[in-house]
Write a protein that binds this ligand. Structure first.
Ligand code: PLP
Length: 379
């Protein structure tokens, strides 16, 4: 996708080839339309007058859209300000109890303010179920087990239903972060057998600063924000009606576009085959595991990710090293280290993540710039 970023950055003057959809996505055009409409309206969704009732309808329509996307009733959806808030809230409710999380969780779980034991992953980036069973058999039964459905850095799909079954048999609450899974693979709450899910709006063409927690009926969701009756008294604060309406439409469109999104695997496979040809020794992380269609994380040994990112940026191509939240730091990715990738190779890993607008031509352009840049850097 070629993006004109002049609208959002005075510094950048040229269109860019955007291949960083796992960091954030462009807003879908219909989402912009509905949000623009709502931003022009007035009304607090808690007010009883007509303007308030209209805002309430916007919120409840979106709640139903989000609920349908994972097969739950609207009343099981709690809107939050982001997936980070949802993740932090669930963890903090279990503070002081035994918590197991996978070693490749997003930092909003890993550094969510509550100590937890880490379940290791295999070298392919899949949570190690055998190791998990051993952890379950040792010590007290955990109060909470949290494993994401799709890893944001490698795109590797995790065996959440299997883990949830084992965890539930021991009486644990199960949480699953599906921020990178929605619209990419089917996500059905009851099939995952979880008590909580976490969603993020800006990974699927919705606005930034919107998330949702999906909860099983009567699951013990702690209250991070208090002092208002919003969101069934689970999360105080005036609802962001425009954001919620945009999120609702985005999730509906993401589900409708899932088959097309899955076709991106053809572009990804071609990208990886060509990269291997152009860069002998290239390592594709998680390649042997089941992955979502849009994500490719790879290392060109000897060229640090920062160097690649800077050189591609000069060519107006946007990709990422590891997760966006940790870019800007030079720490190697915790996900790759957990997979047993050596520090040097982890420091050279970059992530291309495509989206619904990515075309064959975009991949051609990426490959031609990659060849130019890496040939120059190797000299
Ligand atoms: N969980 C995963 C798997 C993510 O990839 C991200 C964002 O990169 C988050 C949580 C945090 O999402 P948000 O930006 O909505 O807080």
């Amino acid at each position: 996708m070629i993006v004109d970023i002049m609208n959002c950055s005075a510094m950048a003057q040229e269109p860019i080839l955007y291949l960083d959809y796992n960091a954030t996505t462009p807003l879908k055009p219909d989402v912009i339309t509905v949000m623009t409409q709502v931003l022009g309206e007035v009304g607090n969704a808690s007010s009883i007058h007509a303007a308030g009732r209209h805002a309430r309808k916007r919120v409840e329509d979106a709640r139903a859209q989000v609920g349908r996307s994972v097969g739950v009733d609207a009343k099981q959806v709690i809107f939050t300000s982001c997936a980070t808030e949802s993740n932090n809230t669930i963890l903090r409710g279990m503070s002081g109890k035994r918590i197991l999380i996978s070693a490749i969780e997003h930092l909003s779980i890993l550094e969510g303010g509550v100590p937890a034991e880490q379940i290791p992953v295999t070298k392919d980036g899949v949570v190690d179920v055998a190791a998990f069973k051993k952890m379950m058999a040792t010590g007290d039964a955990p109060a909470l087990v949290s494993v994401m459905l799709v890893n944001n850095e490698t795109g590797v799909i995790q065996p959440v239903a299997e883990i949830a079954k084992i965890a539930k048999e021991a009486g644990a609450i199960v949480h699953c972060d599906v921020a990178q899974a929605i619209g990419r693979i089917p996500v059905v709450f009851t099939e995952l057998n979880a008590d909580f899910l976490t969603l993020s709006s800006h990974k699927i063409g919705g606005p930034q600063g919107m998330g949702a927690t999906i909860m099983a009926v009567n699951a013990p969701l702690p209250k991070l924000l208090q002092g208002g009756g919003q969101e069934r008294r689970q999360r105080a604060g005036t609802e962001n009606v425009a954001g919620i309406a945009g999120f609702g439409l985005a999730v509906e469109q993401a589900i409708a576009g899932m088959n097309a999104f899955q076709n991106l695997s053809k572009l990804r496979d071609r990208l990886e085959a060509e990269l291997r040809r152009l860069t002998p020794g290239l390592i594709v992380h998680g390649v042997k595991a089941s992955r979502v269609s849009n994500t490719s994380c790879f290392t060109a040994p000897g060229i640090t990710s920062e160097t690649i990112l800077m050189n591609l940026d000069l060519e107006h191509i946007a990709i990422s090293s590891g997760s966006a939240c940790s870019s800007g730091t030079i720490k190697p990715s915790h996900v790759l280290l957990a997979m047993g990738v050596g520090e040097d190779d982890a420091r050279c890993a970059v992530r291309v993540s495509m989206g619904w607008n990515t075309t064959e031509k975009d991949i051609d352009r990426f490959l031609s710039v990659w060849e130019k840049v890496t040939t120059r850097l190797k000299k």
